[in-house]
Design a protein around this ligand. Structure first.
Ligand SMILES: Nc1nc2c(ncn2[C@@H]2O[C@H](COP(=O)(O)OP(=O)(O)O)[C@@H](O)[C@H]2O)c(=O)[nH]1
Ligand SMILES: [Mg+2]
Length: 248
């Protein structure tokens, strides 16, 4: 798939959660950047797509990477891996490469794919309303991720195929699921392109900011002054040890 850089300037938040307004985001990221003494910052962050088969994961990635859509279903075998450089015009000295891991949702590939979960910094847990069971299954996918020791990972619960209306109760349920997981909730359509770029831009922006924070933390750790050794000065030599019944 294509590797043209994606230029991220606007980072809208999904409806229903607080917006991470571009201005605020860039201001905070800039502050972090100025605190880092080295100029250029280049990062690679891994994100992974999980979710039941047929919910629309591969189509989402295809739309993001190639702006391409097809009705034809082609099952993902095991794992597919892509990278995409992301450029932030407001932060010209930063570059992020998104490493995108698209996994197969079929049970028979699960043991194969779970080994790829490690070191994920962000996860898209996808579902679609036409496969009702896939909503509850999102918890299973999160469990799988945790079982592989992935803890500190940004979670995005993503509804796919949202070009047509869906049952409001199911929609509410999906929002609750996301809230329970401490995740952002997004509604997308690979078919129409609805929110697809916005979602990946948001993931990239969050990951860049996180990387900047981590770099800053590392730098601070390295610069921590060594705890001073306090030498007690005495004018007199210490008194000789008292004789006890057990000594010399
Ligand atoms: N209507 C509609 N169908 C979609 C959309 N995204 C994917 N599909 C269809 O859903 C099926 C499964 O898609 P795919 O991306 O392969 O799912 P995956 O198994 O989760 O990777 C395919 O037939 C796609 O054409 C969408 O946004 N709208
Ligand atoms: Mg797939």
């Amino acid at each position: 798939m294509a590797k043209q850089p994606r230029i991220v300037d606007l980072i809208p938040g999904p409806s229903g959660i607080p917006r991470d307004v571009t201005g605020e985001w860039a201001a905070e990221a800039n502050t972090l950047l100025t605190q880092l003494s080295s100029g250029e910052q280049e990062y690679t962050s891994k994100m992974i797509l999980l979710g039941d088969a047929f919910v629309g994961k591969t189509s989402l990635v295809q739309r993001y990477l190639e702006d391409f859509w097809t009705e034809n279903y082609k099952a993902t075998i095991g794992v597919s891996f892509y990278t995409r450089p992301v450029i932030f015009p407001r932060l010209p000295s930063c570059k992020l490469t998104l490493a995108i891991w698209d996994t197969a949702g079929q049970e028979r590939f699960r043991s194969l794919t779970s080994a790829y979960y490690r070191d994920s910094s962000a996860v898209i847990i996808a579902f679609s309303f036409d496969r009702e069971n896939s909503i509850t299954q999102t918890f299973e996918w999160l469990k799988q991720l945790r079982a592989e020791g992935v803890r500190d990972c940004l979670i995005f619960v993503v509804a796919c195929k949202m070009e047509s209306d869906v049952d409001e109760n199911l929609q509410r349920r999906a929002r609750e699921v996301a809230q329970e997981m401490g995740a952002e909730y997004w509604e997308t359509s690979a078919k129409t392109g609805l929110n697809v770029n916005a979602l990946f831009d948001r993931v990239a922006a969050c990951l860049l900011k996180r990387s900047l924070r981590e770099s800053l933390e590392d730098m601070r750790q390295q610069q921590l002054p060594v705890a001073p050794v306090i030498l007690r000065r005495t004018n007199h030599p210490p008194p000789p040890p008292k004789k006890t019944c057990c000594s010399g």
